[in-house]
Design a protein. Structure first.
Length: 262
């Protein structure tokens, strides 16, 4: 065997003895615009160090991200809390589930016409989300603040039909959650999810005239298809999201408007 062939054989032998380089895995993760997508941007470099290439896919509503996940068009999504996910699974039969909690966005009441809730007059019009879980969450917020009273044992999805006391005779208008900031000029107040509030330039800490206490089941989650729950990338994704770097990003970026769960 020539020296040239001997050298090539040695190189091939050495290469065979080295451990295989881990392949980068691409994860398509659905999110709504604003904080959810921004936080995932902070997760990306952490995940990249662990072999995950995150591709963020933004959706403007709350239904399509679960539909896309169930259809295999995404590997995960990060935009919803557990009661909403449970409602979607019950209504649509999705084979998806949460794998970890992420952040909490206390829902708030905002107004362009009034600087404090006490200025809201009798018969005022209040807009609130039209999906069952966020609409119920909005009504529970008003009950917690003493504005209305709901039937006992209504759970997490009360509707306006469950209101048994409404001292100010408020009028409630259901609206798509993403559209809520756009109707502020037309109503006395609107109950708006934090991600849509911040996207519209509202400050949840300074601008909300009523704000949900950071408690209860409304911490957001990462959801995946049930068939993927035991795949190694799931644990890696959770670890990347729950990193100290991401926690610091959330605290510095949102200054109390968004609360971490870890």
């Amino acid at each position: 065997m020539s020296l040239k062939k001997l050298g090539l054989a040695a190189l091939l032998s050495l290469a065979a003895s080295l451990p295989a380089t881990a392949q980068t895995q691409t994860l398509r993760i659905g999110a709504t615009p604003g904080p959810h997508a921004q936080i995932l941007e902070a997760v990306k470099p952490i995940a990249a160090q662990k072999g995950l290439d995150i591709k963020i896919v933004e959706f403007s509503d709350y239904v399509v991200p679960n539909t896309a996940l169930a259809a295999g068009e995404l590997e995960a999504n990060s935009f919803q809390h557990q009661p909403y996910l449970d409602n979607q699974k019950g209504d649509r039969g999705f084979k998806i589930e949460s794998v970890t909690q992420t952040v909490n966005f206390p829902i708030g009441v905002y107004s362009k016409k009034h600087k404090a809730w006490d200025q809201i007059s009798n018969g005022a019009t209040i807009a609130f989300p039209n999906d069952p879980t966020n609409g119920g969450r909005a009504l529970l917020l008003l009950q917690d603040k003493g504005v209305i009273k709901l039937k006992a044992d209504v759970g997490f999805k009360p509707t306006v039909r469950d209101i048994v006391e409404n001292a100010k005779k408020l009028k409630f208008v259901e609206i798509d959650a993403a559209q809520a900031p756009r109707v502020l000029e037309d109503v006395d107040a609107a109950i708006i999810n934090t991600n849509y509030a911040t996207q519209a330039g509202l400050d949840p800490v300074k601008d909300a005239i009523l704000r949900e206490d950071p408690k209860g089941p409304y911490v957001n989650v990462i959801a995946i298809r049930t068939e993927d729950k035991d795949k190694p990338w799931v644990k890696t994704l959770v670890e990347s999201y729950h990193s100290p770097e991401v926690k610091k990003f959330v605290e510095d970026k949102f200054k109390g408007a968004v609360l971490t769960s870890w």
